[in-house]
Design a protein around this ligand. Sequence first.
Ligand code: ADP
Ligand code: MG
Length: 690
Amino acid sequence: MKNIINLKDSIQYLKGVGPQRTGLLNKLGVKTVEDLIRYFPRAWQDRSHLTEIRDIESGAITTLCGLVRMRSTFRVRSNFNITRVVLEDNTGRIEATWFNQPYMRTRFQDGQRVMVHGKVEFNRTWRIMNPECEIMEDETENPIHTGRIVPIYPLTAKLTQRVLRNTIYTVLSRLPRSLPEIIPPTVVRKNNFPPADRAVNDIHFPPNFQARDQARQRLVWEELLLQQLAVGRLRYQYQQSEGTALKRDGARLEKFISHLPFELTSAQVRARDRIFHDLASSRPMHRLLQGDVGSGKTIIAVLAMLLAVDSGRQAALMAPTEVLAAQHYMNIKQLLDSCGVNVELIVSGSPAPERQRIRDRLAGGEINIAVGTHALIQPSVVFNHLALAVIDEQHRFGVEQRAMLKAKGQQPHVLVMTATPIPRTLSMTVYGDLDVTTINELPPGRRPVQTRWLARADSRMAYKQAAAAVESGRQVYVIFPLIEESEKMDLKALNSEYAHLCKMFKGRKLGLLHGRMKACEKEKVMVEFRAGEIEILAATTVVEVGVDVPNATVMVIENADRFGLAQLHQLRGRIGRGGHEGFCFLIANPTMAEGKTRMEIMTRITDGFQLAEEDLALRGPGEFFGLSQHGLPEFKLADLSRDAACLVEVRETVQEIIRQDPDLQKPENRELGRVYADIYGASESRVRSG
Ligand code: ADP
Ligand code: MG
């Protein structure tokens, strides 16, 4: 057993840990001593107030300290025994009682000082039942589990609070006091932060709640600092790199704009100008274009791509589903056909010889714009000169996929688009490396979709409205939730629902669309729906993102409570796109209060940004819009709604640091540089020297 422990030591060598507990701790993500001391409590219990025995009250959770006077265990029946230990202080006596823990009797010796914490009851005598207890070797010893503010940790099966608390306590007491000070001294002074060592100590074993709060503040700052530094450095690297300045010298763009069937909204004009400005620079653009569903982001992307083509380069547009990719392809082809631009679709479903032919033409530079799904980032797809990469519905893609598309060109400009509006604090963290442009206006003439929530028994009303819409030449979506589209059971259920629907709408033209269909089948259905040959489309969430059929005015969502707010909003965004009034029916009998709230919110709010705020309030940032899968950093302590002000301060500080010392070489930033390199070193080599 080594005497001094280091942060990087594996926990398996710690006293009292052993292989089994190592396994349990690993499950919690704790591998090293450092992980352990940064495994923070989820709550704290105040057991610091000691009650004298004469002052105890029946029913109260109490902490008290006494000397062991008598011990006994007796059997009540074969499987049930009781251990009693009488404790005494200067003011009285109480019996500590444990059920079925006969070893408790042997843990104590007469005369020992014991601290207990538990519920006190009076039933002929005073008792404290199944208390947490701790033997104090002498009066000066600090208690760990009682007699103080005690940390409560998130656990895993077979690991107890007591074991974890003991382990962390021991490590903290034996760790050399030398945690890195990564927060700039000015910030530390201004906020009156405790030193790093003390903060870590106080978050686990605070002497009082004020100390805990100060410790927390400091640790939140550290956590946000490292995260913001990561996105800030990424942004800095973009800014340092050299790409292609796109010059507007072709005439196609002007002609195209003048032939658009509508006038751009002023928000669209702003977005376009901003993006064109970026593209004119050799510093590659990294811009997020966000705007509510139906705000008209696609046309902005098309304009940008046309600019790339106009200056003799290629552009790519990647979408998360085949349905959406195919729609973009047809849309763009139609828009640009007269301009002599070659557009091709690249999805994994198309036949091999055709794929090969397209790939050759792409590599040769003959194809100007490639539209596709993930298939675009396969290694076999090679561009001649990709100057602009557009990623639609980017929250559906991982960071790597974004990077892979980017890697298809020499520092291409990148435009990512999302219809998932997120509050500012979240966007600073998730998209901290991107510039953000928001389209905050819908094209004119849109009427907000009317949303009604109906119980299952009343669903006929919804279908009546649907029938009326079809009667007057409009189209209808009926959405069925399939949580796991690969499951056969669900597919069977979907087919029978569809059969039922066909019966209900006898004589009407119906179509079915779901994720397990082949790409060409899906495309066929969408083509028919768009052409109005299918009047009622039964679909799963494959239509959730981006699908644009303005003539569809009614949507019926079955079991709507199985969807989250973001998804419902996306689904609803499919209707009300033309000049006609849209109706969305949520069919649901939610059992949980939260489900009811969601349905109610949907009927009340149509604005995506407002919905996002509600969602954040309802679910907290962790689950917010399912972002955790999409690059939202998992914070240990920081809470983006509570710590918003802190985030703003951190962000400003980081910008200043990067401006003055981007590689963290200055003495005052070295410590930070080391810790940063330690965490991000593998993904970023440049700061390592610092
Ligand atoms: P989203 O932002 O959700 O991707 P789209 O780009 O699909 O929205 O646009 C939604 C619909 O609005 C499309 O049918 C598109 O042609 C239309 N549209 C876009 N901009 C305008 C505009 N300025 N005026 C009228 N219609 C527009
Ligand atoms: Mg879209």
